[in-house]
Design a protein around this ligand. Structure first.
Ligand code: S3P
Length: 171
C-alpha cells in the first residue's frame, strides 16, 4: 500500500503505525533516498536540483512496486509530479491522506527540512496542482484534517479493514 498526500499529512507516522499493526514492512521514499545519498532531501535539492530528486524518487518507487513482500510506503508529497510515478501506482492500493495543504504545512515542526516550503505563498499553488492528481490515483481517501496521529491511525485501520486491505498487508 502507498500513502500519498500533502506535506504534513502524517504519511510517515501512519506508515510506521500501520506496518507495526499488520507486521508488514514500512518504507519512506524520502528517507530511503537520503540514506542512499548520505545527504538530506534539502541538501539533495540544493546540490543536484529538484529534477534529480524526482528521478531518484521514480527509481525508488519502481523498486518498491516490484517488491513481493507486504509493504507500506510513505511517498513524498511530490510523487504525483511525474507521469511515470502515476503509472507505477496504478496497480497498487493508494491511500490519500487528505489534509488541506496549509494545515499540513503548519504541522511541520522544521520547515527547513522541506525545500518546497521555503515560499509559503506557493503552497496553495501546489495544492491546486496536486489535489486532482491525488484524487485521480487514490484507491481510498481518508480525511485527516484536525486529527492527531493516533486518531488518524484508528480511522485508517477502520477504513482499510472495510476495504479488505489490512489482511492483504499481513505477513
Ligand atoms: C516534497 C515533499 C517532501 C519531500 C521533498 C519534496 C514535495 O516529502 O519529498 O521535500 O515535492 O512536496 P513529504 O511529503 O514527506 O514532506
Amino acid at each position: 500500500m502507498y500513502l500519498v498526500g500533502f506535506m504534513g499529512a502524517g504519511k510517515s507516522t501512519l506508515s510506521h503505525k500501520l506496518a507495526h499493526y499488520c507486521n508488514a514492512t514500512s518504507y519512506d521514499i524520502d528517507i530511503y533516498i537520503a540514506h542512499k545519498h548520505r545527504q538530506s532531501v534539502s541538501e539533495i535539492f540544493q546540490t543536484h536540483g529538484q529534477e534529480y530528486f524526482r528521478e531518484k524518487e521514480t527509481e525508488v518507487l519502481r523498486q518498491f512496486v516490484s517488491e513481493k513482500e507486504p509493504h507500506i510506503v510513505s511517498c513524498g508529497a511530490g510523487i504525483v509530479e511525474s507521469k511515470d510515478n502515476i503509472d507505477l501506482l496504478k496497480g497498487e492500493f493508494v491511500l490519500f491522506l487528505d489534509v488541506p495543504a496549509l494545515e499540513g504545512a503548519h504541522r511541520i515542526t522544521n520547515p527547513k527540512t522541506r525545500p518546497l516550503l521555503a515560499d509559503m505563498a506557493k503552497v496553495s499553488e501546489l495544492e491546486e496542482k496536486r489535489r486532482p492528481l491525488y484524487e485521480q490515483i487514490a484507491s481510498a481517501r481518508l480525511d485527516v484534517s484536525g486529527k492527531v496521529p493516533h486518531e488518524a491511525f484508528l480511522s485508517a485501520v477502520d477504513l482499510l479493514e472495510k476495504e479488505g486491505v489490512i489482511c492483504r498487508l499481513q505477513k
